[in-house]
Every structure is written in C-alpha cells, then in structure tokens.
Design a protein around this ligand. Structure first.
Ligand SMILES: *Cc1c(COP(=O)(O)O)cnc(C)c1O
Length: 242
C-alpha cells in the first residue's frame, strides 16, 4: 500500500503506471478483507470513481473491477465520452451506478448509461427515470443522516415511494442510504433501520456503507457498499453540483 497511516491513499492515477493495477487490486483485496471481518455473506462493492478521471477508470477495469459509481451527471457524461473516444479499447465494459443526488433535468443525459439508479427520492424523479429509462433498476434512497440537502426520503415515506416506483414499471431492487457523518458507531441505528425496512418491504438490496463506515454498515446488513476513497484514493474537492 502507498497509504500513509491516518490519511487517504494516493490518487490511483498518481501511482506509478507499472504498478497501478496491482495497487488497485491490493486496495480491493483490503476492502474485501474488511468486509470478511464482519460477515460471511457476499457483499457487492461499487467502486465510486467520482472525482477521478478516465485513467483511474481504466486502472479499475484492468484490475477486473467493472461496477463503478458516479455522483455527478455531467462528470459521468464527460468520462464516458472520453473513454469511448480513446484509441485504446477498454479492458472491460463498465457497469455504471449513479449514486449521487440527481436533478430531474439531468436524467435524460445519463439514461442510456446507468445500470442502477441509487438515489430515487421523489415521485417526480422516479417519473422522469421511468420516462427516460423504462423498466430501469432503482434503489429508493432513505435520508439516514437527517441532513438537509443530502437527499433521501424519510423512513415513513419510503414504502409509498417504493409502491409508486413499481407502479411506474421500475424494478425496485432495494433501499440505499448514506450514513450520518462522524463516528461510524453512531451510524449503526440508522443502518439497522434501513435493514429492517428492507425486510418489511421484502427488498433484497440494502446499499449502505462507504470507505469510513463499511464495517458498521455490513454488520447491520448491508448487501452493497459504495467505496470511493479507499479504492481510488483521495479526490480533489469539487465545487457545485451536477
Ligand atoms: C462519494 C460517495 C461515496 C464514496 O465515498 P468514500 O467515502 O470516498 O468511500 C459513496 N456513496 C455516495 C453516495 C457518494 O457520493
């Protein structure tokens, strides 16, 4: 590992090209080990490439990691066009998950690219996704942190939104949530409540857990974690939203 204790790893695109793929694999293995310390269940990992360029995506693909997460529509559009326009063929075909807050007017621009929409949190957004990507696979996002502007519906409102999505012909695969910031131990009750609601609604996917809190999320039942920093390294601060 090129990691310095206590800080995020080096951006993968800054690692020596001769060893970058190997380094990505070893970061991946570490994430897998962390998951294995808390469960025997199979847990999916979405490699969140937001903030990193096309080169970082190529490294992940070359390492055999194809489920990639993006948070900003414009960035996904730009990255895809850069990747598809390159002379070098891609080592593998990415499967894009959209994990960030999504504005309705951006849905159209990424509708053909997204394999799983993680952040459905309103009827209007669901309606637009159903219109632009009929039958798409979605997660309904819960507001676990209670932070304004971070997205997600309340636990109380979620069952109705799940029903609404189904009525639109969307395939609701589960629930998603971003844990409250701070000590991951304090996030546990929020993760538990997401799992309990998924049980109640008979939904398979419970997508929760990121670099900093994945053990807590997995031990509370996460079936899919979203890991950016611990795979791709630190990302440049970004202004504005997509
Ligand atoms: C950026 C992001 C992640 C990845 O976070 P890290 O802490 O870098 O692992 C996960 N989920 C969502 C919704 C994100 O926006």
């Amino acid at each position: 590992m090129t990691e310095v204790a206590g800080s995020a790893p080096l951006p993968i695109e800054q690692v020596d090209p001769d060893v970058a793929v190997e380094e990505f694999r070893s970061r991946w293995d570490r994430v897998a080990e962390r998951i294995a310390t808390v469960t025997d269940r199979r847990v999916g990992v979405v490699a969140v490439s937001k903030g990193h360029g096309a080169r970082a995506v190529r490294i992940a693909l070359a390492a055999g990691v194809t489920t990639l997460g993006e948070s900003y529509a414009q960035e996904l559009v730009a990255k895809r066009s850069e990747l598809s326009g390159a002379a070098d063929p891609l080592p593998a075909t990415p499967s894009w998950h959209f994990v960030g807050r999504l504005q309705r007017n951006k849905v159209r621009t990424i509708a053909d690219a997204v394999a799983l929409w993680h952040s459905i949190d309103s009827e209007r957004l669901a309606g637009e996704v159903a219109r632009r990507a009929p039958g798409a696979a979605v997660l309904v996002q819960l507001d676990l942190a209670g932070l304004a502007g971070r997205g997600g519906v309340t636990l109380d409102a979620a069952p109705e939104l799940v029903q609404h999505c189904r009525g639109l012909g969307l395939a609701v695969e589960g629930l998603m949530g971003v844990g409250p910031p701070g000590d991951p131990r304090t996030a546990r009750p929020a993760f538990t409540s997401l799992s309990l609601l998924a049980d109640r609604l008979d939904l398979e996917q419970r997508c929760m857990g990121m670099s900093g809190d994945l053990e807590a999320a997995v031990s509370e039942g996460s079936t899919m974690v979203r890991v950016g920093t611990d795979l791709f390294g630190r990302r440049p601060e970004r202004e504005g939203a997509a």
